[in-house]
Design a protein around this ligand. Structure first.
Ligand code: 5GP
Ligand code: MN
Length: 342
C-alpha cells in the first residue's frame, strides 16, 4: 500500500517511548485549525484505545466551527484551565507535539513544555523544526500533519486502531490543510490514504460540509462585508489587502474562527497572486497571508510581520497600530514587486 517513508530508528524510538508511557500529553499550536486538532484527536483516540491515560492540551480554545471533530470537547484549553494544563505537563511521562515547529507557537504553554522532564516527540510539517524533541518527524513536503501522522501510525503497526473516529479526525486535517484537496494536493499517496479512511467508515461529504460549508449568520455577514468593503486590490502589484479593525470586529461580534478561509477569497481574481489579511487582535495586529506559485509570503511574514510559515500560506503578528500595519504592508508590497519582474 504505502511505502514506509519515516526512518526505522525514529519509529522504533516512538514505539519504545509510547510503550513505557502511561500519562501522555498531546499539544498543538495556538489558534488550532483542522489539522492541529484532527491530528491531536486522532492520536488521542489511538493511545486511549491502547489503555493509556492521555490528554490533549491546546493553548487556547477550540473554535466552534471545529467542534465536530470526534472527541475534541475533551481537549483542555490552557486559556480556561491554565493551572490544570500546567499540571498535566508536569505529570506527563511523554509529550507529543503535533503540527507546530517552534515552542513559541504554543504560546502560554511554552514554559510548561520547556520545563517538562518528559521525553518529547515532534510530528510536524512546518519548515525548520526548533522544538528540542527526542524524536523529530518533520516533513515539510507532506501537506498535513494528519497525513504524516497516518503514515507514522501505519509504520508503528497501529493501523488496526484506526476506527471511524480516528479516520474522521485524520481526514479532517488532510482536507482542511489542502483546501479540500485543491492545493498541495498532487501527492498520489493522499488518495490511497483517503481510500483507506473511507473503508474505515468516514462520511467524507458530511465532513466537507461541516468543515467548509457551515457558517453562522454573522460569519456570512462579516465575510461579505470584508470582501465588499474592506478588500483593497492592487492588480499592478498582484496583491490584495484585507483589513478588519476593532470597529469591524465589534459590529459582527467577532469570535475566533469567524474569518477562517476568508484570506483565500481574493485569489480567485486571476491578477491577484497574493493576499495579506490584517485583523486587529488583543494588543497586536494578526497577519494572515496566502499566495500562488512562487510568491513566498512566508518571507514577507518573517521580514515584516514577526512570523513565518509556508511559501503559499504564512502568518505573523504586527506590534503597532492598524495604520502602521497597513503602511508596513505597502512597503512589503513594493519590496515584493521584484517577484513580478522578468
Ligand atoms: P493562518 O493564516 O491559517 O492563520 O496560518 C497559515 C500558516 O501560517 C500557518 O500554518 C503557520 O505555518 C503560519 N503562521 C500563522 N501565524 C503565524 C505566526 O504568528 N508566526 C509564524 N511563525 N507562523 C505563523
Ligand atoms: Mn498543518
Amino acid at each position: 500500500m504505502l511505502n514506509p517513508i519515516i526512518e526505522a530508528d525514529k519509529i522504533k524510538k516512538i514505539e519504545e517511548l509510547t510503550r513505557v508511557a502511561n500519562n501522555i500529553v498531546i499539544t498543538c499550536h495556538l489558534a488550532p485549525d483542522g489539522d492541529a486538532l484532527g491530528s491531536s484527536m486522532a492520536l488521542y483516540h489511538v493511545l486511549a484505545a491502547m489503555g493509556k491515560k492521555v490528554h490533549v492540551v491546546t493553548p487556547d480554545q477550540v473554535p466552534v466551527s471545529l467542534m465536530f471533530i470526534p472527541g475534541v470537547k475533551e481537549a483542555v484549553a490552557a486559556t480556561r484551565h491554565e493551572d490544570f494544563s500546567r499540571q498535566l505537563f508536569r505529570e506527563a511521562d511523554l509529550i507529543f507535539c503535533l503540527d507546530f515547529n517552534a515552542p513559541y507557537r504554543i504560546d502560554r504553554l511554552q514554559s510548561a513544555l520547556e520545563s517538562s522532564k518528559a521525553p518529547l516527540i515532534l510530528i510536524d510539517h512546518h519548515l525548520n523544526p526548533e522544538v528540542k524533541a527526542d524524536v523529530i518527524v518533520s516533513r515539510p513536503e507532506i501537506s498535513s500533519t494528519c497525513m504524516l501522522l497516518f503514515r507514522v501510525i501505519c509504520q508503528l503497526g497501529w493501523f488496526r486502531l484506526v476506527d471511524k473516529k480516528v479516520a474522521s479526525c485524520i481526514y479532517t486535517g488532510m482536507m482542511t490543510d489542502t483546501g479540500n484537496f485543491s492545493y498541495n494536493s498532487q501527492d498520489p499517496d493522499l488518495y490511497i490514504v483517503i481510500a483507506e479512511l473511507l473503508r474505515r467508515g468516514i462520511d467524507k461529504d458530511a465532513l466537507y460540509k461541516k468543515a467548509f460549508n457551515t457558517k453562522t449568520i454573522n460569519q456570512l455577514k462579516i465575510n461579505g462585508y470584508a470582501i465588499a468593503e474592506r478588500t483593497y486590490f492592487y492588480p499592478e502589484h498582484g496583491a490584495a489587502l484585507m483589513v478588519l479593525d476593532k470597529d469591524d470586529l465589534e459590529k459582527y461580534d467577532y469570535q475566533p474562527g469567524l474569518t477562517e478561509g476568508l484570506v483565500n477569497v481574493p485569489l480567485s481574481v486571476p491578477e491577484i497572486k497574493y493576499v495579506v489579511f490584517l485583523r486587529q487582535a488583543d494588543g497586536y495586529v494578526k497577519v494572515s497571508t496566502r499566495s500562488e506559485g512562487d510568491i513566498p509570503v512566508n518571507e514577507m511574514c518573517s521580514k515584516y510581520f514577526n512570523g513565518g510559515g509556508h511559501k503559499n500560506a504564512a502568518g505573523g503578528e504586527f506590534y503597532g497600530t492598524m495604520e502602521e500595519a497597513v503602511k508596513t504592508f505597502e512597503k512589503a508590497m513594493a519590496d515584493f514587486d521584484k517577484y513580478f519582474k522578468e
